[in-house]
Unconditional design. Structure first.
Length: 202
């Protein structure tokens, strides 16, 4: 029996004046458009799972609004949470240093996190715990469409690497804000990954 996971990266905050865990109205509108596009593809969410951070929950909720049906959140799972909030396995001082270095080099903390070998072991540990969480939901809801909202950089890409059984460098996809990938499972075996990008921008 095939199970589908809509693996969604939260929409962007777009601006330093937007609180860390909030989404501006334009981002919410894009997430609604994304949900509408998914519905046109015959995809609606049966089971809703998210990182505990509100911007992920809100992105998932807005996608469901676009689909025309909102189901209750089954779980706000910390195993799908954001690496850049200073929680295990990253110490707050590591995250502060990473953000400072990103500012100095004109890149994002997310790109540094993915490219710096010093973080590889931590990222793969996060990938493994996130992959285990997803497989639990796949086993628990066979044949369903499971919407899972999480975070880029320190979470989605390492989870995908763990599910595929490859090194992080082998995952060519970098999830842009608001993007969706369709993961197709047979039992708990990942058969296919279809990266759709940010449907709300298309």
């Amino acid at each position: 029996m095939k199970t589908t996971v809509l693996f969604i990266r939260h929409e962007s905050r777009e601006g330093s004046d937007v609180p860390l865990n909030a989404l501006p109205e334009e981002s919410r509108k894009r997430a609604v458009r994304s949900g509408s596009r998914l519905k046109e593809m015959g995809l609606t969410i049966d089971v809703a799972v998210s990182s505990p951070q509100f911007r992920s929950i809100d992105t998932l909720y807005c996608n469901m609004i676009g689909m025309g049906e909102v189901v209750p959140l089954t779980s706000a799972d910390p195993r799908l949470g954001d690496a850049l909030l200073g929680r295990y396995p990253f110490a707050p001082e590591e995250i502060d240093a990473l953000k400072k270095r990103a500012t100095e080099t004109g890149t994002s903390a997310e790109e540094l996190l993915l490219s710096d070998p010093q973080f590889r072991e931590q990222l793969m540990a996060r990938g493994k715990e996130g992959a285990e969480a997803i497989l639990e939901y796949v086993r628990g809801y066979p044949g369903k469409i499971i919407g899972i909202a999480s975070h880029g950089g320190g979470r989605l890409e390492p989870v995908l690497a763990a599910l595929l059984g490859v090194e992080l460098d082998a995952v060519g996809t970098r999830f842009e804000a608001g993007s969706v990938a369709i993961l197709t499972f047979e039992s708990d075996c990942l058969l296919d990954v279809d990266y759709l990008g940010n449907l709300g921008r298309q």
